[in-house]
Design a protein around this ligand. Structure first.
Ligand code: AOS
Ligand code: ZN
Ligand code: ZN
Length: 388
């Protein structure tokens, strides 16, 4: 039998990190639809993130992106976060939005461009020192579009060299988390296309280099929960970038396209100790809310993660293991499906009430009047950086 009070305690201590760019305007290559009231600077993005945390109680961390969130004084930004009960999370580097990076950044054939890219990554570590952030999050757009365009193995060499210089700069409590992506913007080869490539580089770097699993970065049909289980076993699952996809890297709200997949992933997390604080798995969202209201969309996403987490924690592991040991295929599957098919919304309402929160986070947010306030006072909100 599952211990319900342990499930509740785990749900109360969950921390979900929301991305600063989720609060700004975003879009596709076709159109960015501006929304009234979006933040004009990183301070206002934190103000919006504080609303998400106030409504849900489990979103105290905010990922930043440099240079989209560049400010003169990062300690001031961290203080602004702290005053609102938030902490600054991963620092996302950007080596993909300048002309110099047309042929790559850290894997570019020209050493001058590689130097520039590595300097940016080192600057991001300086920012982490000022913000108190633990994680440097690296996603490289590097790759090639045409067979023969560049040497695949030479690019791996350059990547390894850049990563090791940055790794050596990390403080003792800081980590590097390396994200992979099958394709886009490169369409032939990508230099970190899959978890195996990321894992291999992390292994060479050292224990503070870990893999980021962005749920939208795989070939259709990939078994993501297998990757998660494998990485947890090896102690190399650094973080999730949660989002949903129907086709490619759609960055839709997590749990919207395939809540069962999210449950299966979080079941592996639960079973393999990934919710324990010592494992230091960061549960981040990496989403863009192009057409839906942004703050409610982030709240809904957090709730979707909570619901899948609750279901994952409800899996009766003793019954599951007994069925597995007995070779009871249908029985084992039924244990999992029983948990997935549980309506956990009453449990989550109870958990929120016990935390002194409104049981309905979306209604709580609507009642604050924040949306009217930002629409009235913020004029000329900024674009998140995507779809620019
Ligand atoms: C890009 O496709 C990746 O998902 C990145 O993680 C992310 O969206 C970007 O680094 C935002 O900062
Ligand atoms: Zn991502
Ligand atoms: Zn992505």
């Amino acid at each position: 039998m599952t211990d319900l009070s342990a499930v509740k305690t785990a749900l109360k201590s969950q921390e979900i990190e929301t991305p600063s760019w989720g609060y700004g305007n975003s879009g596709t290559r076709f159109k960015v639809f501006a929304q009234p009231g979006v933040p004009r600077d990183p301070f206002e993005k934190l103000d919006d993130a504080a609303q998400v945390h106030a409504a849900t109680g489990v979103a105290p961390l905010v990922s930043l992106h440099i240079p989209w969130d560049a400010v003169d004084d990062y300690a001031e930004l961290a203080a602004h976060a702290k005053e609102r009960g938030l902490r600054l999370g991963a620092i996302n580097a950007n080596t993909f939005q300048e002309d110099d990076y047309k042929l790559g950044s850290v894997t570019h054939p020209d050493p001058k461009v590689r130097r520039k890219a590595v300097d940016h990554l080192l600057e991001c570590v300086d920012i982490m020192d000022a913000t108190g952030s633990r994680d440097l999050k690296l996603w490289f757009a590097d790759g090639t579009n045409y067979p023969g365009q560049d040497d695949i193995t030479a690019r791996q060499e350059r990547l390894a060299e850049a990563l090791s210089e940055v790794y050596a700069r990390l403080g003792e409590d800081q980590r590097m988390v390396l994200e992979y992506k099958l394709f886009e913007p490169a369409f032939y080869t990508t230099d970190v296309p899959d978890w195996g490539t990321s894992y291999a580089h992390c292994l060479k770097l050292g224990p503070r280099a870990k893999v980021v699993v962005d749920t939208g970065h795989h070939a259709p049909g990939t078994n993501i929960e297998f990757i998660v289980a494998f990485l947890l076993r090896e102690g190399r699952l650094g973080a999730f970038d949660f989002n949903s996809r129907f086709y490619a890297d759609d960055d839709l709200m997590v749990g919207s396209a395939d809540p069962f997949q999210l449950f299966r992933i979080l079941h592996e997390v639960a079973k393999n100790g990934g919710f324990e604080k010592e494992q230091e798995v960061a549960f981040m969202l990496d989403q863009c809310h192009n057409i839906e209201a942004k703050i409610p969309a982030v709240i809904r996403s957090v709730m979707n993660v909570q619901e899948a987490t609750a279901k994952a924690l409800l899996v009766d592991l003793d019954a599951l293991r007994a069925a597995q040991a007995a070779g009871d295929v249908l029985g084992a599957n039924a244990v999992l499906m029983d948990a997935y098919n549980t309506d956990v919304r009453p449990l989550l309402r109870e958990v929120r009430e016990e935390q002194g929160l409104d049981p309905d986070p979306l209604a709580a947010y609507a009642a604050t009047g924040w949306q009217d306030h930002i629409v009235a006072t913020r004029v000329g909100g900024t674009q998140a950086g995507w779809g620019a």
